[in-house]
Design a protein around this ligand. Structure first.
Ligand code: HEM
Length: 184
């Protein structure tokens, strides 16, 4: 007797939807926060924003790991059957890139900080004990790559939001609605 393979789910789970919107809010806050904080004058205010940035960034990392695990375990609902091939390819490619970047961006920030600067103290409570070797020079290079990865992430996010709005307003095919909590 042949065993039937389980197909893709009919919709996103509540956990997938809530993770999506929570991370969207955090990341869309982190991008302007990061670009603003690097221009602040040296002092306690700048340090405070840096510490907040690191703590929220580590939170994004934990959520990203959970999110990737849920995505791998559960999959995603299929795209509408009539969707043109190029849109399908663009959606799959941008989603894959975003999954990589939501993990890579905070990891780069953490590695760079651990190499060059102070250890990460989560919301001023728990010190994350990994101090990586590398020193100031390498740490600065890693943080520069962190910034470049954020640029890539921001560019893909613009396309991602544009695509979502196209589905919601122009195509009205339910692709946007299926990511809304409380909807199938
Ligand atoms: C999704 C998560 C994150 C986002 C979206 C983000 C975003 C950014 C952005 C936009 C910048 C400015 C880059 C530039 O000016 O070129 C920045 C800088 C920085 N980020 Fe993050 N970040 C994240 C996570 C983290 C984490 C987890 C850490 C450390 C634990 C971290 C540490 C830093 C540091 C130290 C800088 C300053 C670099 C410098 O002074 O040159 N970031 N981040």
């Amino acid at each position: 007797m042949t065993q039937q393979q389980p197909g893709p789910p009919a919709g996103y789970s509540a956990a997938q939807k809530w993770l999506h919107w929570l991370m969207a809010v955090l990341i869309l806050g982190m991008i302007p926060m990061g670009f603003t904080m690097v221009g602040l004058p040296e002092g306690p205010d700048r340090n405070w924003v840096y510490e907040l940035h690191k703590s929220v960034g580590m939170t994004v990392f934990v959520l990203a790991v959970i999110r990737v695990a849920v995505r791998v375990a559960r999959g995603a609902p299929p795209l509408p059957a009539g969707m043109p091939g190029w849109q399908r390819a663009a959606a799959n490619l941008s989603h894959a890139a975003l999954y990589v970047l939501i993990v890579a961006v905070p990891v780069l920030g953490f590695i760079g900080t651990s190499m060059c600067c102070s250890p990460v103290k989560l919301f001023n409570t728990i010190t994350v004990p990994i101090a990586l070797p590398g020193g100031m020079e390498t740490g600065k290079v890693v943080l520069a790559v962190h910034g470049i990865a954020v640029f890539a992430m921001a560019g893909i996010l613009v396309a991602h939001v544009g695509g979502a709005l196209m589905h919601a307003i122009v195509q009205r095919d339910g692709v946007f609605q299926r990511m809304l909590p409380g909807r199938d």
